[in-house]
Write a protein that binds this ligand. Structure first.
Ligand SMILES: [Zn+2]
Length: 89
């Protein structure tokens, strides 16, 4: 008998092989939506679609791009931001 939450579409159904060789149905949480740019809401590249707990297991370099505003702004917005900041000083 499946639980009520497993009947909804919230959980992804995946067939997994157990150590004993049986094939069982597992219910996994779906990945969250793609990370978005803070200015233009474009999808960010280089940011993994993982749950916070799984993100915390990754190395910091694997969580977001290693550049200014990496993981916050898209490349276009970050380039524009860097230029405006350098001009204002
Ligand atoms: Zn943007």
């Amino acid at each position: 008998m499946v639980r009520g939450k497993e009947k909804s579409g919230t959980y992804k159904r995946v067939m997994r092989r157990t150590p004993g060789g049986k094939s069982v149905l597992r219910f996994l949480r779906r990945n969250p939506a793609k990370a978005q740019c803070g200015k233009c809401a474009a999808d960010l590249a280089g940011v993994p679609r993982k749950r916070p707990r799984e993100l915390s297991r990754l190395a910091r370099t694997q969580r977001r791009p290693q550049r200014m505003f990496g993981g916050v702004l898209c490349t276009k917005c970050s380039r524009r931001e860097i230029i405006t900041k350098s001009r204002s000083q």
